[in-house]
Design a binder for this molecule. Structure first.
Ligand code: GDP
Length: 354
Protein backbone atom coordinates (compact mmCIF):
# COMPACT_ATOMS: atom_id res chain seq x y z
CA UNK A 1 0.00 0.00 0.00
CA UNK A 2 0.98 3.66 -0.37
CA UNK A 3 3.86 5.41 1.34
CA UNK A 4 3.21 7.35 4.55
CA UNK A 5 5.36 5.24 6.86
CA UNK A 6 4.62 7.59 9.78
CA UNK A 7 3.26 6.16 13.01
CA UNK A 8 3.57 2.69 14.44
CA UNK A 9 1.92 -0.10 12.48
CA UNK A 10 1.90 -0.07 8.70
CA UNK A 11 -1.46 -0.25 6.98
CA UNK A 12 -2.48 -3.79 6.08
CA UNK A 13 -1.92 -4.70 2.45
CA UNK A 14 -4.95 -5.31 0.25
CA UNK A 15 -4.82 -9.11 0.61
CA UNK A 16 -4.88 -8.73 4.39
CA UNK A 17 -7.92 -6.50 4.19
CA UNK A 18 -9.72 -9.20 2.21
CA UNK A 19 -8.69 -11.82 4.73
CA UNK A 20 -9.86 -9.58 7.54
CA UNK A 21 -13.24 -9.10 5.86
CA UNK A 22 -13.60 -12.86 5.46
CA UNK A 23 -12.69 -13.44 9.12
CA UNK A 24 -15.21 -10.83 10.25
CA UNK A 25 -17.91 -12.57 8.23
CA UNK A 26 -16.84 -15.88 9.74
CA UNK A 27 -17.62 -14.30 13.12
CA UNK A 28 -14.08 -14.33 14.41
CA UNK A 29 -14.17 -12.04 17.47
CA UNK A 30 -10.56 -10.98 17.23
CA UNK A 31 -11.04 -10.07 13.60
CA UNK A 32 -14.10 -8.03 14.57
CA UNK A 33 -12.12 -6.08 17.16
CA UNK A 34 -9.25 -5.61 14.74
CA UNK A 35 -11.58 -4.41 11.98
CA UNK A 36 -13.15 -1.84 14.27
CA UNK A 37 -9.72 -0.65 15.39
CA UNK A 38 -8.85 -0.12 11.74
CA UNK A 39 -12.09 1.77 11.14
CA UNK A 40 -11.44 3.95 14.17
CA UNK A 41 -7.89 4.82 13.20
CA UNK A 42 -7.35 8.41 12.14
CA UNK A 43 -4.28 7.63 10.02
CA UNK A 44 -4.76 8.31 6.35
CA UNK A 45 -3.32 4.97 5.19
CA UNK A 46 -5.42 3.07 7.76
CA UNK A 47 -8.48 4.96 6.61
CA UNK A 48 -7.86 3.90 3.06
CA UNK A 49 -7.69 0.26 4.14
CA UNK A 50 -10.73 0.77 6.39
CA UNK A 51 -12.82 2.11 3.54
CA UNK A 52 -11.86 -0.88 1.39
CA UNK A 53 -12.83 -3.17 4.26
CA UNK A 54 -16.19 -1.44 4.65
CA UNK A 55 -16.80 -1.74 0.94
CA UNK A 56 -16.32 -5.50 1.24
CA UNK A 57 -18.56 -5.74 4.31
CA UNK A 58 -21.35 -3.36 3.33
CA UNK A 59 -23.28 -5.88 1.18
CA UNK A 60 -23.44 -8.16 4.24
CA UNK A 61 -24.63 -5.48 6.67
CA UNK A 62 -28.00 -3.90 7.32
CA UNK A 63 -29.99 -6.81 8.69
CA UNK A 64 -29.71 -5.94 12.38
CA UNK A 65 -32.19 -4.14 14.57
CA UNK A 66 -30.42 -0.87 15.35
CA UNK A 67 -31.46 0.47 18.73
CA UNK A 68 -30.28 3.69 20.37
CA UNK A 69 -30.33 3.87 24.17
CA UNK A 70 -30.24 7.24 25.84
CA UNK A 71 -30.81 8.71 29.27
CA UNK A 72 -29.18 11.09 31.71
CA UNK A 73 -26.19 9.79 33.67
CA UNK A 74 -27.57 7.61 36.45
CA UNK A 75 -30.75 6.71 34.56
CA UNK A 76 -29.47 3.15 34.37
CA UNK A 77 -28.21 2.83 30.82
CA UNK A 78 -25.41 0.37 31.50
CA UNK A 79 -27.54 -1.65 33.91
CA UNK A 80 -30.28 -1.74 31.27
CA UNK A 81 -27.97 -2.67 28.41
CA UNK A 82 -26.52 -5.51 30.44
CA UNK A 83 -29.98 -6.83 31.41
CA UNK A 84 -31.48 -6.31 27.97
CA UNK A 85 -28.46 -7.74 26.22
CA UNK A 86 -28.60 -10.86 28.36
CA UNK A 87 -32.32 -11.16 27.64
CA UNK A 88 -31.63 -10.99 23.90
CA UNK A 89 -28.88 -13.59 24.20
CA UNK A 90 -31.47 -15.79 25.88
CA UNK A 91 -33.58 -15.43 22.73
CA UNK A 92 -30.62 -16.67 20.72
CA UNK A 93 -29.72 -13.23 19.38
CA UNK A 94 -26.20 -11.96 18.88
CA UNK A 95 -25.77 -8.54 20.42
CA UNK A 96 -23.31 -5.72 19.78
CA UNK A 97 -23.01 -2.68 22.04
CA UNK A 98 -21.48 0.50 20.65
CA UNK A 99 -21.39 3.98 22.07
CA UNK A 100 -21.25 7.64 21.13
CA UNK A 101 -19.69 9.76 23.82
CA UNK A 102 -17.97 12.83 22.40
CA UNK A 103 -16.87 13.89 25.89
CA UNK A 104 -14.52 10.90 25.91
CA UNK A 105 -12.24 12.87 23.58
CA UNK A 106 -11.73 15.41 26.34
CA UNK A 107 -11.64 13.06 29.32
CA UNK A 108 -9.17 10.85 27.46
CA UNK A 109 -11.16 7.74 28.18
CA UNK A 110 -14.47 6.37 27.11
CA UNK A 111 -17.20 6.20 29.68
CA UNK A 112 -19.92 4.64 27.62
CA UNK A 113 -19.99 1.08 26.39
CA UNK A 114 -17.32 0.19 28.87
CA UNK A 115 -16.99 -3.53 29.42
CA UNK A 116 -16.49 -3.14 33.13
CA UNK A 117 -19.95 -1.63 33.39
CA UNK A 118 -21.50 -4.68 31.73
CA UNK A 119 -19.40 -7.54 33.05
CA UNK A 120 -21.78 -10.42 32.38
CA UNK A 121 -22.62 -9.29 28.88
CA UNK A 122 -18.94 -8.67 28.13
CA UNK A 123 -18.16 -12.26 29.09
CA UNK A 124 -20.78 -13.76 26.77
CA UNK A 125 -19.56 -15.34 23.55
CA UNK A 126 -22.42 -13.91 21.46
CA UNK A 127 -22.03 -10.35 22.69
CA UNK A 128 -19.55 -7.76 21.54
CA UNK A 129 -18.98 -4.52 23.46
CA UNK A 130 -17.02 -1.59 22.16
CA UNK A 131 -16.53 1.68 24.04
CA UNK A 132 -17.03 5.00 22.32
CA UNK A 133 -14.23 5.98 19.95
CA UNK A 134 -12.42 8.76 21.70
CA UNK A 135 -10.68 10.56 18.87
CA UNK A 136 -12.07 13.63 17.25
CA UNK A 137 -15.19 15.69 17.02
CA UNK A 138 -18.76 14.50 17.46
CA UNK A 139 -18.88 14.09 13.69
CA UNK A 140 -15.77 11.92 13.78
CA UNK A 141 -17.01 9.83 16.69
CA UNK A 142 -20.35 9.38 14.96
CA UNK A 143 -18.78 8.28 11.70
CA UNK A 144 -16.62 5.71 13.44
CA UNK A 145 -19.59 4.34 15.36
CA UNK A 146 -21.69 4.10 12.20
CA UNK A 147 -18.88 2.24 10.47
CA UNK A 148 -18.36 -0.03 13.47
CA UNK A 149 -22.05 -0.84 13.18
CA UNK A 150 -21.53 -2.03 9.61
CA UNK A 151 -18.68 -4.26 10.77
CA UNK A 152 -20.78 -5.73 13.60
CA UNK A 153 -23.68 -6.42 11.27
CA UNK A 154 -21.44 -8.13 8.76
CA UNK A 155 -20.19 -10.24 11.67
CA UNK A 156 -23.75 -11.49 12.13
CA UNK A 157 -25.00 -9.46 15.06
CA UNK A 158 -28.78 -9.35 15.11
CA UNK A 159 -29.17 -6.41 17.45
CA UNK A 160 -26.86 -3.39 17.68
CA UNK A 161 -27.39 -1.26 20.78
CA UNK A 162 -25.88 2.21 20.55
CA UNK A 163 -25.53 3.95 23.87
CA UNK A 164 -25.37 7.71 24.23
CA UNK A 165 -25.16 10.20 27.07
CA UNK A 166 -28.40 12.01 27.65
CA UNK A 167 -27.01 15.41 26.86
CA UNK A 168 -26.36 17.55 23.85
CA UNK A 169 -25.94 16.71 20.23
CA UNK A 170 -24.85 13.12 20.72
CA UNK A 171 -28.52 12.15 21.10
CA UNK A 172 -29.35 13.53 17.70
CA UNK A 173 -26.29 11.82 16.25
CA UNK A 174 -27.33 8.44 17.62
CA UNK A 175 -30.99 8.87 16.67
CA UNK A 176 -29.78 9.49 13.13
CA UNK A 177 -28.04 6.12 12.90
CA UNK A 178 -30.63 3.79 14.47
CA UNK A 179 -34.07 2.42 13.62
CA UNK A 180 -35.40 2.77 17.12
CA UNK A 181 -34.50 5.30 19.80
CA UNK A 182 -35.21 4.42 23.41
CA UNK A 183 -35.05 7.03 26.16
CA UNK A 184 -34.59 5.84 29.73
CA UNK A 185 -36.08 8.05 32.43
CA UNK A 186 -35.87 8.22 36.17
CA UNK A 187 -38.99 7.91 38.29
CA UNK A 188 -38.58 11.46 39.57
CA UNK A 189 -40.94 12.79 42.21
CA UNK A 190 -43.36 15.54 41.26
CA UNK A 191 -42.52 17.49 38.16
CA UNK A 192 -41.63 14.60 35.89
CA UNK A 193 -41.45 16.76 32.87
CA UNK A 194 -38.91 19.22 34.11
CA UNK A 195 -35.94 17.39 32.67
CA UNK A 196 -37.68 16.45 29.47
CA UNK A 197 -36.12 18.32 26.63
CA UNK A 198 -38.51 18.71 23.77
CA UNK A 199 -35.90 17.78 21.22
CA UNK A 200 -35.09 14.50 22.89
CA UNK A 201 -38.68 13.43 23.36
CA UNK A 202 -39.36 14.09 19.72
CA UNK A 203 -36.59 11.63 18.87
CA UNK A 204 -37.98 8.90 21.12
CA UNK A 205 -39.70 5.83 19.72
CA UNK A 206 -40.37 4.68 23.30
CA UNK A 207 -39.81 5.95 26.80
CA UNK A 208 -38.95 3.60 29.64
CA UNK A 209 -39.20 4.72 33.24
CA UNK A 210 -36.45 2.70 34.88
CA UNK A 211 -35.99 1.70 38.54
CA UNK A 212 -39.58 0.59 38.87
CA UNK A 213 -38.78 -1.73 41.78
CA UNK A 214 -39.01 -1.84 45.58
CA UNK A 215 -40.90 1.10 46.94
CA UNK A 216 -40.39 3.09 43.75
CA UNK A 217 -42.95 1.10 41.73
CA UNK A 218 -45.83 3.48 42.39
CA UNK A 219 -43.78 6.53 41.67
CA UNK A 220 -42.62 5.00 38.42
CA UNK A 221 -46.20 4.19 37.42
CA UNK A 222 -47.27 7.73 38.21
CA UNK A 223 -44.38 9.15 36.22
CA UNK A 224 -45.24 6.88 33.29
CA UNK A 225 -48.86 8.08 33.35
CA UNK A 226 -47.69 11.69 33.32
CA UNK A 227 -45.31 11.07 30.45
CA UNK A 228 -48.03 9.30 28.50
CA UNK A 229 -50.28 12.33 28.94
CA UNK A 230 -47.53 14.74 28.01
CA UNK A 231 -46.42 12.86 24.89
CA UNK A 232 -49.51 14.09 23.06
CA UNK A 233 -47.96 17.53 23.12
CA UNK A 234 -44.92 16.38 21.20
CA UNK A 235 -44.36 15.60 17.57
CA UNK A 236 -43.93 11.87 16.95
CA UNK A 237 -41.24 10.09 14.98
CA UNK A 238 -43.86 8.61 12.64
CA UNK A 239 -47.55 9.14 12.02
CA UNK A 240 -48.01 5.39 12.33
CA UNK A 241 -46.33 5.13 15.69
CA UNK A 242 -47.39 6.34 19.13
CA UNK A 243 -44.33 6.11 21.37
CA UNK A 244 -45.33 3.90 24.31
CA UNK A 245 -44.21 4.58 27.88
CA UNK A 246 -43.04 1.50 29.78
CA UNK A 247 -41.99 0.95 33.35
CA UNK A 248 -39.02 -1.34 33.80
CA UNK A 249 -36.44 -2.40 36.32
CA UNK A 250 -33.04 -2.89 34.77
CA UNK A 251 -31.67 -3.96 38.13
CA UNK A 252 -34.18 -6.78 38.45
CA UNK A 253 -34.22 -7.39 34.69
CA UNK A 254 -37.97 -6.82 34.57
CA UNK A 255 -39.74 -5.49 31.51
CA UNK A 256 -37.00 -6.56 29.09
CA UNK A 257 -39.53 -8.70 27.18
CA UNK A 258 -41.85 -5.70 26.83
CA UNK A 259 -39.07 -3.49 25.53
CA UNK A 260 -38.15 -6.08 22.90
CA UNK A 261 -41.82 -6.59 21.97
CA UNK A 262 -42.16 -2.84 21.38
CA UNK A 263 -39.03 -2.77 19.22
CA UNK A 264 -40.29 -5.71 17.15
CA UNK A 265 -43.70 -4.13 16.79
CA UNK A 266 -42.09 -0.89 15.63
CA UNK A 267 -40.06 -2.83 13.06
CA UNK A 268 -43.19 -4.56 11.84
CA UNK A 269 -45.26 -1.38 11.59
CA UNK A 270 -42.60 0.78 9.96
CA UNK A 271 -41.38 -2.11 7.86
CA UNK A 272 -44.88 -2.61 6.42
CA UNK A 273 -45.36 1.07 5.65
CA UNK A 274 -41.96 1.31 3.98
CA UNK A 275 -40.88 3.94 6.49
CA UNK A 276 -38.04 1.88 7.88
CA UNK A 277 -36.39 1.56 4.49
CA UNK A 278 -37.05 5.26 3.82
CA UNK A 279 -35.56 6.17 7.15
CA UNK A 280 -32.39 4.21 6.46
CA UNK A 281 -32.07 5.73 3.01
CA UNK A 282 -32.50 9.22 4.44
CA UNK A 283 -29.93 8.42 7.14
CA UNK A 284 -27.42 7.33 4.50
CA UNK A 285 -27.93 10.54 2.56
CA UNK A 286 -27.66 12.66 5.69
CA UNK A 287 -24.45 10.80 6.47
CA UNK A 288 -23.10 11.58 3.00
CA UNK A 289 -23.87 15.25 3.54
CA UNK A 290 -22.30 15.35 6.95
CA UNK A 291 -19.13 13.77 5.50
CA UNK A 292 -19.13 16.31 2.70
CA UNK A 293 -19.49 19.15 5.16
CA UNK A 294 -16.69 17.75 7.34
CA UNK A 295 -14.43 17.24 4.33
CA UNK A 296 -15.06 20.70 2.95
CA UNK A 297 -14.44 22.27 6.31
CA UNK A 298 -11.20 20.35 6.72
CA UNK A 299 -9.95 21.28 3.25
CA UNK A 300 -10.85 24.90 3.88
CA UNK A 301 -9.14 25.06 7.26
CA UNK A 302 -6.06 23.27 5.91
CA UNK A 303 -5.31 26.08 3.46
CA UNK A 304 -2.40 28.28 4.42
CA UNK A 305 -4.15 31.45 3.20
CA UNK A 306 -7.23 30.63 5.27
CA UNK A 307 -5.09 29.97 8.31
CA UNK A 308 -3.50 33.38 7.88
CA UNK A 309 -6.67 35.37 7.32
CA UNK A 310 -8.99 33.58 9.76
CA UNK A 311 -7.64 35.01 13.06
CA UNK A 312 -7.80 38.52 11.60
CA UNK A 313 -11.39 38.01 10.48
CA UNK A 314 -12.37 36.55 13.84
CA UNK A 315 -10.92 39.58 15.59
CA UNK A 316 -12.61 41.98 13.19
CA UNK A 317 -15.98 40.31 13.75
CA UNK A 318 -15.50 40.31 17.53
CA UNK A 319 -14.74 44.05 17.43
CA UNK A 320 -17.67 44.72 15.13
CA UNK A 321 -15.37 46.12 12.46
CA UNK A 322 -16.79 43.66 9.95
CA UNK A 323 -20.11 41.89 9.82
CA UNK A 324 -19.87 38.09 9.94
CA UNK A 325 -21.20 38.06 6.39
CA UNK A 326 -18.43 40.35 5.14
CA UNK A 327 -15.78 38.33 6.95
CA UNK A 328 -17.17 35.05 5.63
CA UNK A 329 -17.20 36.43 2.08
CA UNK A 330 -13.59 37.46 2.31
CA UNK A 331 -12.57 34.06 3.63
CA UNK A 332 -14.63 32.17 1.09
CA UNK A 333 -13.19 34.29 -1.69
CA UNK A 334 -9.87 32.55 -0.98
CA UNK A 335 -11.40 29.38 -2.41
CA UNK A 336 -11.47 31.05 -5.78
CA UNK A 337 -7.72 31.39 -5.80
CA UNK A 338 -5.28 28.52 -6.04
CA UNK A 339 -4.01 27.73 -2.58
CA UNK A 340 -0.55 29.21 -2.28
CA UNK A 341 2.31 27.95 -0.20
CA UNK A 342 3.03 25.24 2.27
CA UNK A 343 0.55 23.12 4.15
CA UNK A 344 -1.67 20.44 2.65
CA UNK A 345 -2.84 22.29 -0.39
CA UNK A 346 -2.84 19.04 -2.34
CA UNK A 347 -6.44 19.08 -3.46
CA UNK A 348 -7.00 22.80 -3.64
CA UNK A 349 -4.19 23.15 -6.13
CA UNK A 350 -6.55 21.58 -8.65
CA UNK A 351 -9.21 24.16 -7.89
CA UNK A 352 -9.89 26.59 -10.71
CA UNK A 353 -9.22 30.20 -10.10
CA UNK A 354 -12.52 32.06 -10.23
P1 GDP B 1 -25.99 5.09 33.66
O1 GDP B 1 -25.14 6.20 34.18
O2 GDP B 1 -27.19 5.62 32.95
O3 GDP B 1 -25.26 4.07 32.86
O4 GDP B 1 -26.59 4.35 34.95
P2 GDP B 1 -26.10 3.00 35.67
O5 GDP B 1 -26.56 1.81 34.92
O6 GDP B 1 -24.67 3.11 35.99
O7 GDP B 1 -26.97 3.07 36.99
C1 GDP B 1 -26.84 4.12 37.92
C2 GDP B 1 -27.24 3.61 39.29
O8 GDP B 1 -28.62 3.26 39.30
C3 GDP B 1 -26.46 2.37 39.71
O9 GDP B 1 -26.21 2.43 41.08
C4 GDP B 1 -27.44 1.24 39.41
O10 GDP B 1 -27.25 0.12 40.25
C5 GDP B 1 -28.77 1.90 39.69
N1 GDP B 1 -29.84 1.29 38.88
C6 GDP B 1 -29.83 1.08 37.55
N2 GDP B 1 -30.97 0.49 37.16
C7 GDP B 1 -31.73 0.33 38.27
C8 GDP B 1 -33.03 -0.22 38.53
O11 GDP B 1 -33.72 -0.70 37.65
N3 GDP B 1 -33.47 -0.17 39.82
C9 GDP B 1 -32.73 0.35 40.84
N4 GDP B 1 -33.25 0.34 42.05
N5 GDP B 1 -31.49 0.86 40.63
C10 GDP B 1 -31.00 0.86 39.38
Amino acid sequence: MPSEPRGSAAAPPAADVERLAAAVRARDRRALAKAITLVESVRADHQEAAQRLLELLLPHAGQAARVGVSGVPGAGKSTFIEAFGLYLLGLGKRVAVLAVDPSSARSGGSILGDKTRMPRLAAAADAFIRPSPSAGSLGGVTRRTREAMIVCEAAGHDVVLVETVGVGQSEVAVASMVDFFLVLLLPGAGDELQGLKKGIIELADALAVNKSDGDTVQRAELAAAQYTGALHLFRHTSEHWDPPVLTISALEARGMDRVWAVIEQHRAVLGASGELADKRRAQQQAWLWSMLRDGLERQFLDRADVQRLLPEMERAVARAELTPTQAARRLLALLGAPSDDGVPARRSRHARAG
